[in-house]
Ligand binder design. Sequence first.
Ligand code: FES
Length: 220
Amino acid sequence: MSDKHSNQQSRYTGDRLIPGSFAGETVTRRKFMSGTAQTAGAIAAAGFTLPALGFAFGPVFHEVPHHWSPAGPPEMFNEDNYVPIVITLTPGVGEVGKGLVYVRKHNPKIDTDPFDKNTPYIAISARCVHLGCDVRWVSAAQRFVCPCHGGTYNVLGIRVAGPPPRPLDRFFTRVTNNLVEIGPRFSVNDELRRFSPRDPGEPLDGIGQYLYPSRPSIRI
Ligand code: FES
């Protein structure tokens, strides 16, 4: 093997004839500095990306126990109009855990969606899915109207005007011991397909359903 070839294979920078090398040096200063800078950059990036990822995805793995709240006896509700009910959505936190829900009996004439076929009562969340103001049911217009930015939803809670990005959220319902009960919240897309609960401002049609992870730990 020639001297030139064996010098190129040596682990010492001096043997490889690298300008400015010191005796016994195995890594060039340029490589050492760029490696140090990249490691420092990676640590700095992890410092703000890891907490953000934890904040975004942590709730996905946090299971919330199901809670059912009594809404009233079945005769309180009819097929044609919503009754506003304040229920406890998150137990154990007092008034903060309460929320407004609009409830009516299932109406086969308008609740034609297959997902609603076996739902005895329709319970719609009053929280506007734009920024979270409480919507108001206007019976004469058969619309839910948001006072904040003019968001308007039809009788099924589907957006018909304004900035909300999806229909109003809904709740599971059941009848137990002659009492209508309101269960966990879920979100729906424009076809009323059900999704795990999302926050206001998160669309569910198109790629929106993939861009925004579920946050089941947030109920209100
Ligand atoms: S919060 Fe309802 S439209 Fe903005």
